[in-house]
Write a protein that binds this ligand. Structure first.
Ligand code: TNX
Length: 542
């Protein structure tokens, strides 16, 4: 550019203003200040300027909240943790450091929220308590504990909502049990990363963990195994440790977990696995089997041929159990398992064969379908919906059953084509009991391999489906089976950081997914886990 007398003043003016705006920019560039949020919000824009909190922090809440005091307490905790300053309630109008607004028109998705930080303060708007709750979880990751009050917060605007309505984690409390405080801590962590469903696997061959008052021997006998296999039976391990193992949750404790989860906007879905994975129950009530027994609560891992026999006694048992389970767990869904039920015993059982003949069923798989349809009818008559593992498709599932696809994605694809709702939980991407690395030094785990990157690459919606079929994919879930996961430290090690990846898959828009960006955001979350004394697996050098 040639500068002459005419253009020079314009040039100087432009250069000077560019420098000013550049200096504003240099202090507040999006890259310098964009907070490390997981899961990544649907949209986030950084603005110029910062908000500096007052010496006393004021919170204003307006709108018709369902539980105002719960949201107020959380807001207080988040601000106090961040800045260690006294917090006071503020009038609905006038100055507030944090303003929470519940407004029915704030968003169509009840879990959505907007969060705006300006020089004047922080405003979170949402159409429900849940949206405000998630807005506060996001704020907690922006105003991190130990963030300096004098530095303040960067101005920004977030408009956020989940991609999927079902964002789950399953915990197996049957193979190894977790304490009530440990489960509460897990629920706390789930809420931080915006999971909304806790699938609780309560019964299996190796232990029955929920009190059922009609069947007291489930607590006194089925909850205890006399010993446990040492190592991995898939690799030939047979030796047992000789140490009795067991325990169960009382109904009062289970209710406590339901309430604790609810306060964190998490639904608890109980699973009573049937007709397979029932050896623990058979140990107490052998008359429910097709053969006389006796049975011992299983002391090794794997699949047993001994399953419930489809007899009148069994249906009375199942209905009695589910009646109590539904009274304790108010969730819309009740998971009835349906996985890994060998047909061996039913092939040899006169009772089972009679039903096959009487009902005109093709084979034992069809009998399993008949069995579960009957259970489904019972659950539906109580206003609830069953979830079953994808094997339930093999015997012809009732169309109102929701299918949890675990043996890959195909079960889910078949199910949506048949008109079922589906939750995707394939072994290939979300089996959190699989080893995180092949390097020596990993704790004992199932011999399969599920590194962090694979979880991050999980895509719950396969190609080739129609729009109505896609709409039937409710979301996804990570499954933590606990054959080899004995302690709370172990549980956490398997959950983190892989649950961060899953949280982002289930919450953030598909096009926003960015592996390298994710890796840059993980350390801030590790710092938070450190502060909370939560265990995790460190990142591999990239
Ligand atoms: C299969 S996933 C199972 C569980 C095991 C798990 C181990 C499913 C429905 N059944 O019983 O714990 O594999 O990865």
């Amino acid at each position: 550019m040639r500068l002459d007398r005419r253009t020079l003043p314009t040039f100087l003016f432009t250069a000077c203003c560019a420098a000013v705006s550049l200096s504003v920019f240099a202090r507040d560039t999006p890259t310098a200040t964009a907070p490390a949020i997981i899961p990544l919000p649907a949209s986030m824009e950084m603005d110029a300027g910062r908000f500096h909190p007052g010496k006393t922090l004021h919170i204003a809440i307006s709108g018709k909240l369902a539980d105002r005091s719960a949201i107020a307490t959380l807001a207080n905790d988040v601000l106090r943790e961040a800045w260690h300053r006294p917090v006071a309630a503020a009038p609905t109008q006038g100055h507030a450091d944090l303003r929470l607004v519940l407004a029915a028109d704030a968003g169509a998705n009840r879990e959505s929220y907007t969060l705006r930080i300006t020089r004047d303060g922080i405003v979170i708007r949402a159409p429900s308590d849940t949206g405000l709750f998630y807005g506060l979880q996001t704020l907690r990751q922006i105003a991190t504990p130990g963030s300096s009050a004098s530095a303040g917060l960067p101005a920004l605007h977030i408009a956020d909502q989940p991609r999927f309505g079902y964002r789950g984690l399953m915990l197996d409390s049957a193979r190894h049990m977790q304490s009530i405080p440990a489960i509460k801590q897990q629920l706390d962590l789930m809420a931080r990363y915006k999971f909304n469903t806790f699938h609780w696997h309560l019964t299996d061959d190796q232990g029955w963990r929920i009190e059922i008052k009609r069947y007291p021997k489930l607590a006194s006998i089925s909850s205890m195994r006399k010993e446990t296999v040492i190592g991995n039976p898939d690799n030939g391990a047979t030796a047992r440790d000789g140490i009795p193992y067991g325990g169960y949750y009382t109904q009062a404790q289970a209710r406590e977990i339901v309430a604790y989860a609810k306060a964190r906007h998490i639904t608890v879905i109980p699973e009573i696995d049937m007709p397979g994975h029932m050896v623990a129950a058979l140990a107490a009530y052998p008359e429910l089997a097709c053969t006389p027994g006796p049975f011992d609560v299983y002391t090794t891992w794997g699949v047993s041929d001994d399953v419930l026999c489809p007899s009148p006694q069994t249906f009375a048992f199942v209905e009695g159990v589910l009646t109590e389970v539904m009274a304790v767990f108010p969730s819309r869904y009740v998971h009835v398992g349906g996985d890994e039920a060998p047909t061996t015993r039913w092939k040899q059982s006169a009772l089972a064969q009679d039903i096959i003949r009487r009902e005109g069923l093709k084979d034992e798989h069809a009998l399993q379908g008949w069995f579960l349809r009957r259970v489904e009818g019972f659950v539906r008559a109580h206003g609830r919906t069953i979830i079953g593992w994808d094997e339930i498709l093999e015997g012809g599932a009732s169309p109102t059953a929701t299918v949890m696809s675990w043996r890959g994605m195909q079960g889910g694809i078949d199910a949506v084509r048949l008109g079922h709702d589906v939750i995707m939980a394939p072994t290939s991407h979300v089996y959190l009991d699989y080893c995180q690395s092949k390097t020596p030094g990993e704790p004992l785990c199932i011999d399969n391999f599920l590194p962090l990157r694979t979880v991050y690459d999980f895509e719950p919606v396969p190609d080739g489906l129609t729009a109505p079929q896609v709409a039937r994919i409710l979301g996804g879930q990570g499954n933590l089976w606990t054959e080899f996961v004995k302690t709370q430290q172990d549980v956490q090690y398997m959950l983190f950081p892989r649950s961060f990846a899953l949280a982002e898959v289930l919450w953030s828009p598909k096009q926003a997914r960015d592996w390298n960006g994710f890796l840059l955001r993980v350390p801030a979350q590790f710092a938070e886990l450190d502060r909370l004394h939560v265990n995790y697996r460190r990142l591999d050098p990239q």
